[in-house]
Design a protein around this ligand. Sequence first.
Ligand code: ATP
Length: 197
Amino acid sequence: MLRVQGLKFLDWEEIELEMAAGEIVAIQGQSGSGKSLLLRAVADLIPREGEAFLEGVACSEFSPTDWRRSVCFLSAEALWWVDRVGDHFDKTVPEERLQRLGLASDCLDWEVSRLSMGERQRLGLLRMLDREPRVLLLDEPTSNLDSETSVAVEALLLEYLEENQAAAIWVTHDDSQARRLGSKVYRMAGKKLEVVT
Ligand SMILES: Nc1ncnc2c1ncn2[C@@H]1O[C@H](COP(=O)(O)OP(=O)(O)OP(=O)(O)O)[C@@H](O)[C@H]1O
């Protein structure tokens, strides 16, 4: 589904990655090792060499907007550009999704400024799913969450990947999360991507 070929940014070594529909690839590595840069490079958000292919079609064949809608990067700190939470969503978020993630049923009417870090993270994730991406580039998507809410986020994401035959690259500092979710686990170290399992 997603193939990354000879991807190179700054002075990191070339990166090759391939993932199938429904698959999660987990990426670990010390702080500053280049995990976020890799996700941004795949999303075509930073200057890079090499190519990424979605279902065989090169990134360069897409408009930048179409690529980023299909291969969607979720930053650890999602950006919010208007005051009201609900104005960031194209569609109505099913009440059941809010409930599953422990979010208040009226949170779409809230001001962004009142959101806690964990609420921002969960709503950023729902906003991403609202756009129905084919590939999810997740930068520590549960870093601000308690363990129970993290489990709920994991379950929702697994369900989304299965139902939509989408794929994800999941950056995490949590070893057990990487092993639990990743069909392959990689580590960024020494400016290169190494296979762990
Ligand atoms: N435009 C740039 N030019 C040079 N160096 C940069 C640039 N952008 C980021 N870096 C550096 O690249 C390194 C990797 O950054 P990155 O954000 O990918 O780390 P990370 O592995 O995601 O870390 P963390 O786990 O702390 O989030 C950092 O040292 C960062 O300062």
